[in-house]
Design a protein around this ligand. Structure first.
Ligand code: COA
Length: 337
């Protein structure tokens, strides 16, 4: 059977109300606005309220994407939620989101691939449509990373933020439009470089794991930085070659938003013009699985995702994992605020 073409028809997002600036972080951490903004490009981030979980943000983003796509929740064939900060280890956050949007009966599962999760979820969802097993798929990236942070660790606390983004995948009208291809990968030798050590079956929760803050993100920032700048370049080249495209053909580059220096270095090595690089990191920090859909929404609002344009997205993160995706867009629907 010939695979069916798949398009990303609509996007929706939601971020928590509370804005935390670098200056505010400097009140409790040995850091400064100058250090954070020059080393990472981040100026502020959104932080969820007490009791606010990933599904609370994800359900709002999902409802907005569905409204923009004019798709009823009951018409969905599949819901995939990518998150490294799920509401609970189980049931899946996808189940909570499904309940909130009124998609009872629809298969719903979580996908764990750290910050690459959104791209992996896109690949999974689009495969269901391409193979004829689904007509309409909802892919959500929902994160409340702030609840996974050791707020005394300045090496990680300043980098992350909370937010959610969702897209609707549907059958594309023609094979010239839609998702062209993916490059996905994982390097298990780097699994120790970025992790949340305790709370799973390897290190179940004990008083000691709590006291030693092993329920928070641990990261070797320098090594992750080197990996990211290398893998963005090789993965993007791979997906471009696979599709017979050149870097000059790309109209919009949407990288995972982890650090502006990672983005700038990779873009320079790739040879992509700075005006084609999208970034909103300054206002959100690293929102993990939400970062790419948050960019897609803002890019669409700014009129940067027009009919026939070539969009290159790339994610990377713990695993160490990576994924890039090339899309020939037919436009991207969103609800005007
Ligand atoms: N404020 C002030 N100083 C800080 C700081 C902060 N928030 N965080 C670290 N420092 C200090 C370090 O302790 C170190 O001090 P020392 O030289 O006295 O030991 C110094 O700044 C330099 O640290 P270094 O780690 O070399 O800084 P860097 O320029 O490499 O930037 C990161 C650190 C974390 C911003 C950078 O490595 C990075 O972004 N890595 C990738 C992280 C990432 O993207 N992770 C998610 C992937 S999905």
């Amino acid at each position: 059977m010939t695979p069916r073409p798949v398009k990303i028809s609509a996007v929706g997002t939601h971020v928590p109300e509370r804005i935390v600036t670098n200056d505010e972080l400097s009140l409790t951490l040995d850091t400064s606005d100058e250090w954070i903004s020059t080393r990472s490009g981040i100026r502020e981030r959104r932080i969820a309220a007490d009791g606010e979980a990933a599904s609370d943000l994800g359900a709002i983003a999902a409802a907005r994407a569905l409204e923009a796509a004019s798709v009823r929740p009951k018409d969905l064939d599949l819901i995939i939620v990518a998150s490294l900060s799920p509401d609970m280890l189980f049931p899946p956050t996808a189940s909570f989101i499904s309940g909130r949007i009124g998609a009872d009966g629809t298969p719903a599962f979580d996908l764990s691939a750290a910050c690459t999760g959104f791209i992996y979820a896109l690949a999974t969802g689009s495969s269901f449509i391409a193979s004829g097993q689904a007509e309409k798929v909802l892919v959500v990236g929902a994160e409340v990373v702030s609840k996974m942070i050791d707020w005394t660790d300045r090496g990680t606390a300043v980098l992350f933020g909370d937010g959610a983004g969702a897209v609707v995948l549907e059958v594309a009208e023609s094979s010239d439009e839609g998702i062209l291809g993916f490059d996905l990968g994982n390097d298990p030798s780097g699994a120790g470089l970025l992790k949340l050590p305790a709370g799973g079956s390897r290190e179940p929760a004990t008083i000691e794991t709590v006291e030693s803050r092993r329920h928070s993100i641990r990261m070797n920032g320098g090594e992750v930085f080197k990996f990211a700048t290398r893998i963005i370049v090789s993965s993007c080249r791979e997906v471009l070659v696979q599709q017979g495209c050149r870097i000059e053909d790309v109209d919009l580059f949407v990288p995972h938003q982890a650090n502006i220096r990672i983005i700038d270095t990779a873009a320079r090595k790739l040879g992509i013009a700075p005006e084609k690089v999208f970034s909103n990191l300054e206002r959100y920090g690293n929102t993990s699985c939400a970062s790419i859909p948050l960019c897609l929404d803002e890019a669409a609002a700014a009129g940067k995702i027009g009919q026939g344009e070539l969009v290159l997205m790339v994610g990377f993160g713990a695993g160490l994992s990576w994924g890039s995706c090339l899309v020939r867009t037919g436009g991207l629907k969103r609800i005007e605020e």
